[in-house]
Design a protein around this ligand. Structure first.
Ligand code: SF4
Length: 487
């Protein structure tokens, strides 16, 4: 069995988006009324392209190009501000990339100050930024602190020199250690490090050496990502894709997850391990694609506005991404939505299930019933099979409110509670009309992944894709020289 089919961090995937006509952001902005929404800024610039990266990011853009991008951002902000509901308050703001800290200090300061000037951020808004070791120095770290950044997420991937070289990362182990020490000593609300496993030459020992080193800096969270080599990335062109071995990757996952849990980290999803005594920082995976509204700034991020998911066309090759950036820099009008997808009731339901199962605390039967008027196991009969196979489990009936479970809760659930994990993160539910509901009671309990199911997340998730979305994704793959890379 290939356990590594597709990473389902959001649904539907961008390859299911299509050109849209006569769609305006104005008609969907009401989805941002009130509190609890997310703001995202995409800065798609990197020093060089990592061997495995298929994100919308480009290397080789100079200072002038970044300045032009920031000028366009101001025009975009001016227009968005005009149409935002008066009541909108963003509770988190993420600056992702790319490598945002590739910007020089002046550009960084300008970026944060400009967004603050135009967008209604909550007073204690969580401000999150992604970085890489090579771009993390004392001057920039202090500036982030002064600018109110609360959470820093750094892609280390490995502390082993040969693994970093194989991945095509720009930093070496020593640089990564210095950056890890610097960030964890700065007093940010949350620091997290990303690691990759599944490299052909990686051993359980080398993975554990990296994780031991990471844990010694006491990060609040660690993300463990299985290595994917997607079409078009350098490692695929170098013929390395054939060297990946799903069983080897899974063995490394088991080792890494067991080690982190032994160190007191709580596993929240297949990738995310949290050691946090407070509720500060609500978690990158969830925030990027939350159930409340999300507005994206810049050119490559997605906006989630009720039924409308909007984004520029999915570009992974350098030329295509560069053209999108140039188009963004020239753009004068930002309210027309020319690419995205309008979700049907069926897709909203699937999105709800996928997100709660793979990233959230599991699916509350009662909340599902209330939102969709049906039993989740009737809508998704495959869950009964997965329960029999030991991949899903039924959890406690007694739900006492956000973050508190009754005695029937599973061990994993109670562990989360003991760690002070803020279950309120998962408390909002999207109803069919896009409104929110809170699941104040939970007759019928939860359905969640077992430990074995968690490790199968990238195999189980793709099986929940609808026929329509699957058709679109396959069509995109065919048009882009790929064939059947997922179920
Ligand atoms: S993995 Fe991150 S740092 Fe590397 S090229 Fe992609 S966006 Fe840039």
């Amino acid at each position: 069995m290939n356990r590594y089919v597709q990473y389902m961090y959001s649904y539907p995937h961008k390859t299911a988006y299509r050109p849209l006509q006569n769609v305006s952001l104005i008609d969907y902005m009401e989805n941002l009324a009130g509190e609890g929404h997310s703001l995202y800024l995409h800065l798609p610039f990197c020093e060089s392209k990592c061997g495995y990266c298929n994100l919308f990011s480009v290397a080789g853009c100079g200072r002038d190009c970044i300045d032009a991008y920031l000028d366009a951002l101001v025009r975009q902000l001016e227009q968005y501000r005009e149409i935002l509901p008066k009541s909108t308050v963003f509770e988190n703001f993420t600056i992702g990339g790319g490598t945002p800290l590739l910007l020089d200090p002046g550009q960084l300061q300008r970026t944060l100050q400009t967004v603050r000037a135009y967008m209604p951020l909550r007073k204690d808004c969580d401000i999150i930024i992604e970085t890489a070791p090579k771009q993390t120095d004392g001057k920039k770290a202090r500036m982030l602190k002064e600018l109110g950044v609360t959470r820093v997420s750094m892609g280390i991937q490995s502390f082993q020199e040969e693994e970093l070289a194989w991945l095509g990362r720009q930093h070496d182990g020593r640089r990564a250690q210095a950056a890890a020490e610097l960030l964890t000593g700065m007093g940010f609300g949350c620091v997290n490090f990303d690691f990759i496993y599944g490299l052909p030459g990686q051993t359980p020992e080398s993975l554990l050496r990296s994780l031991e080193k990471a844990v010694s800096y006491l990060p609040d969270e660690l993300f463990l990502y299985p290595l994917y080599i997607k079409h078009g990335v350098r490692l695929e062109k170098d013929g390395k894709g054939a060297e990946l071995d799903s069983d080897h990757t899974y063995r490394l996952y088991r080792q890494g997850a067991a080690y982190l849990k032994g160190q007191g980290y709580v596993q929240i999803s297949m990738r995310r391990f949290v050691k946090r005594k407070n509720a500060h920082g609500t978690g990158r995976e969830f925030q990027e694609c939350g159930f409340t509204g999300a507005l994206s700034l810049g050119c490559g991020g997605r906006s989630y506005l009720g039924r409308l998911h909007a984004c520029t066309p999915y570009r992974t090759a350098r030329q295509g991404a560069l053209e999108e950036i140039q188009e963004f820099c020239r753009r004068e009008e930002f309210l027309s939505v020319t690419n995205g997808i309008l979700l049907s009731d069926e897709e909203i339901k699937r999105r709800y299930v996928i997100k709660h199962l793979l990233i959230g605390p599991g699916i509350s039967r009662a909340a599902y019933r209330k939102s969709f008027g049906a039993e989740v196991t009737e809508d998704f009969p495959i869950f009964r099979t997965w329960i029999q196979l030991g991949w899903l489990e039924e959890m406690g009936e007694e739900y006492l409110g956000c973050g508190v479970r009754g005695e029937n809760s599973s061990v994993r659930e109670r562990d989360r509670d003991r760690q002070g994990y803020n279950e309120q993160d998962w408390g909002s539910r999207v109803s069919m009309d896009g409104g929110e509901e809170h699941s104040g009671g939970n007759k019928g309990g939860y359905i969640g992944l077992t430990e074995e199911g968690l490790g199968l997340s990238d195999y189980l998730g793709p099986q929940l894709i609808s026929e329509e979305v699957r058709k679109r994704m396959l069509e995109w793959e065919r048009d882009n020289g790929q064939e059947n890379s997922f179920l």
